[in-house]
Every structure is written in C-alpha cells, then in structure tokens.
Ligand binder design. Structure first.
Ligand SMILES: [Mn+2]
Length: 238
C-alpha cells in the first residue's frame, strides 16, 4: 500500500501510462495528481479519462483546470443556439487567455467526445480538491498545486483564496511549516534558480517540488511518500 504524488501531467498520456507501469500502480495504492493534467501536451483528455477509471487516483485542481472549467461550459453549448449577444466580453477574454496557456490539445480532444462524455468529464473536473493533507511514514504532507500566496504562518489553509493556491508560486526559500512538508507542482524544477538538479524533484525548507517539466521535454516525476523514493519517466530517464 503506497501513496504516490505526481503533478503537471499536461497531456503526456504516454508518460503517465509508463509511470503507472513503472510503479506497478495497483488497487491498494493511492495516487494524488496535483493539478494541470490539461493543456500543452498531446492527450490531456485521454489522461483525464484514464484517471476516471481509478477511484484511487485523487485529483487536485491546477490553474489549467480552473481555466478549462471557466470555458468548457460555454464550449459545450450547441453553437446553433448561441446568440452573438450572449457571448460576453468576459468569456471571450477567458477563452483567449486559456488559448495562450495551451488549451488547444484539450479542446481538440474534448470536442471529439460525445455530449454525454463531455458532461462526465466536466463533472469529474468539478470534483477536484483544492488541497489535501496526507499522513504517511509518520510525516505530514500538504499537497497543493502551486504556492501559498501571501503566506503567513497565522493563516489557516482554508483562508487562502483559490488563486493563491493554484497560481502563486511557492517560495522555496521560506519554510512554511516546521512539521508539514508542502508538496507542490506548477513550477518546473528546471525554473527553480537554486536547484542544482534541474528536471528532478527539488527539496528545500520542507518544500518538495515535483513538476519536472514533462511537457517541456523534461520528465514526469513521482514521489512515493512511504519510502521517499523518486520515480521518473521521460526523456532524461530513458
Ligand atoms: Mn500550474
């Protein structure tokens, strides 16, 4: 019975499948996926459909899922029933912003689904948690997509705004908690300046950064909480 954490799969279906195989992911295990399953890489919806098959895969929301949720409801409408007057500036802005963030592979696959499957995918995305607190190997882990924006030790985790948890980058030079490890994705470890092993899981000040830049030619990294073992699939680990 193992607990695994991955993040920022970003449509890398082949890597995701290779990872499940590599860790021998079974019904007794649990996997937390810390958001940004969608966009950029080739098969984001295919990854979502695979995740939906596993009740023991627990998804958390990333900024890309939030961008998608804001737009998919609109995209699910039968276009012949949409009046131009119904298209608000707000939705146009959201669609354009999502497009700039790599939505194309998500919308391409989404449009190919039946209406029923589109609704199922939408409902699944709606259920993603914002954060999870997990105990393993006598340690406490806070799992969250990005940072704790505007961090203060006095703030309760439930007092953070969604954007502070899914957009704001973790400050790796600040130890948020003495007794809790914060595991996050969102920032590829290639982009962490003080990281001596870019593209590998980065640890500092009770932070564990696990986005190893899979969709940017990096690896899909995975951490087992019980054993602290790191797993990688993708270019560098081939
Ligand atoms: Mn992100």
């Amino acid at each position: 019975m193992s607990t695994y954490v991955v993040s920022d799969v970003h449509g890398e279906y082949d890597m995701f499948m290779e990872l499940l195989e590599k860790i021998n992911f079974s019904d007794d295990d649990t996997m937390y996926v810390l958001g940004d399953v969608l966009d950029r890489g080739p098969n984001p919806i295919k990854v979502i459909l695979k995740m939906m098959e596993y009740p023991n895969i627990i998804p958390l929301v990333g900024n890309h899922e939030v961008m998608a949720l804001e737009c998919l409801k609109f995209l699910m409408k039968d276009i012949s029933e949409v009046n131009v007057g119904d298209i608000s500036e707000d939705i146009v802005e959201k669609l354009m912003n999502w497009q700039l963030n790599g939505s194309m592979t998500t919308t391409d696959e989404f449009h190919k689904l039946s209406q029923e499957m589109q609704e199922e995918v939408y409902e699944y995305l709606m259920e993603f948690s914002v954060y999870e607190m997990v105990h393993a190997a006598g340690k406490k882990f806070l799992l969250v997509h990005a940072g704790l924006g505007n961090f203060s030790p006095e703030r309760d985790i439930d007092d953070y705004a969604l954007d502070e948890l899914i957009w704001d980058r973790a400050e790796y030079d600040i130890k948020y908690f003495d007794d809790i490890y914060v595991i996050s994705g969102h920032t590829p470890t290639q982009n962490i300046e003080e990281n001596k092993k870019p593209g590998y899981i980065y640890r500092a000040n009770n932070h564990i950064a696990i986005d190893c830049g899979a969709c940017f030619g990096g690896q899909l990294g995975c951490l087992c909480l019980e054993t602290d073992e790191e797993f990688y699939v993708g270019m560098q680990s081939a």
